[in-house]
Write a protein that binds this ligand. Structure first.
Ligand code: ZN
Length: 375
């Protein structure tokens, strides 16, 4: 099983850069005093632009970007890739002798490093503009000497869940959101990007019947299938728009066929489909005696259903990757259900935030520990 990590923000690095009159001046009284050194292309060029753009917003000063370090006087900010600089797409920031050096083993690490430097200068990148980005006003900007900060992630892949194919190339990613029409898919094809799709589809799969030929879905009528509906704590079966009684073989068969129809009709060509349950703690599980009798937690049920969908997709000749999401703080690691074939062609997204944003579970905030529990 491959592992990925999805987030829309960059992790803050408080205290990385001190504001000090004794350090390296990048800007003095609104005038640029430093230079940025980076290649003209690839994610390092993007990282350089991110620094230039935000320092200009902070101070009004536009730091020049040049490609050749030997032509840049000090002080300067140098972005470079070096084997072994940091694990995966981590980064290292060092300062001294008139230089701030942002290094990474992969180009994307330098993008993270650029944002980390800006966060150290007081910027915040919580989400999309205008509300999600905070840029303080500074007439002068100084970076402390003697910094040496290494940041390395616990995850193989990290990526923002928004953006265009061009944005994803700038980040050095090789995949982007699946485009349904041929016309919309052209940028991704031109850039040779794999295409993914994901989202909270379970409620729609409960609500509607999907068809393999792609015709419009119809509202599902459970009048003749009341026993497919989940039971509440009092044993009363009722539609909750989130799940069914999956210990009922007919309900499981119908729901997983419905999911397969949805994948093949909507995303048959996607390289990667990640199908998420409802956005609620515990997936509002069926509480009938049979379901309770399994003793499974919500993630066990979630994986059980996914395993059936995966098997059916493979039987239908679908060759791509199928996955699910785990939210920090509201999803327990599975206890009973295993993945088929050790997770071959399956994928696992870890979102470092609780489901529904405001729900908090009893789990640790230590994301690498959470991921180990799941894997
Ligand atoms: Zn049940």
């Amino acid at each position: 099983m491959r592992m990925a990590f999805v987030c829309a923000i960059v992790i803050p690095l408080a205290g990385l850069v001190a504001m000090s009159g004794d350090g390296m001046e990048l800007v003095r009284d609104g005038k640029a005093t430093a230079t940025i050194v980076a290649p003209a292309e690839d994610p390092l060029a993007y990282a350089a632009n991110v620094i230039q753009h935000n320092i200009e917003r902070m101070s009004g000063a536009r730091l020049p970007i040049i490609t050749c370090a030997s032509e840049a006087s000090t002080p300067r900010i140098v972005l470079r890739v070096r084997d072994g600089a940091a694990r995966l797409d981590g980064f290292r920031i060092r300062s001294g002798d008139g230089e701030v050096v942002i290094e990474a083993a992969s180009p994307r690490g330098c993008v993270y490093g650029a944002y980390a430097l800006l966060e150290g200068l007081g910027c915040r990148f919580y989400g999309v503009e205008p509300l999600g980005i905070i840029v303080p006003e500074r007439a002068s900007i100084t970076v402390a000497e003697g910094l040496d900060s290494l940041r390395e992630p616990s995850y193989e892949n990290r990526f923002p869940s928004t953006g265009s194919p061009e944005d994803h190339i700038r980040w050095g990613l090789h995949f982007t959101r699946f485009a349904k029409s041929h016309e919309q898919a052209k940028p991704a094809e031109r850039l040779n990007l794999s295409q993914w799709s994901w989202g909270h589809i379970w409620p729609a799969l409960v609500e509607k019947r999907f068809f393999a030929d792609g015709s419009s879905p119809e509202r599902m009528n459970y009048d003749k299938h009341k026993d497919w509906l989940p039971a509440d704590e009092k044993g009363k079966r009722r539609y909750n728009g989130q799940t069914l009684c999956f210990s009922n073989p007919e309900a499981l068969e119908w729901f997983t066929d419905n999911a397969v129809n949805w994948v093949l009709a909507s995303f048959g060509d996607a390289d990667y489909v990640n199908m998420w349950s409802a956005d609620t703690l515990g997936i509002a599980l069926c509480r009938c005696e049979k379901c309770k009798g399994r003793g499974w937690n919500a993630t066990d049920w979630y994986m059980h259903v996914h395993n059936v969908i995966w098997r059916k997709l493979k039987e239908r000749g679908w060759k791509n990757v199928f996955g699910w999401i785990t939210y920090h703080g509201s999803e327990e690691p599975p206890e009973s259900v295993q993945l088929p074939e050790n997770g071959r062609q399956m994928d696992f997204l870890y979102a470092p935030r609780p489901r529904g944003a405001s729900q908090h579970g009893p789990y640790t905030n230590h994301h690498s520990t959470n991921v180990i529990q799941f894997t």
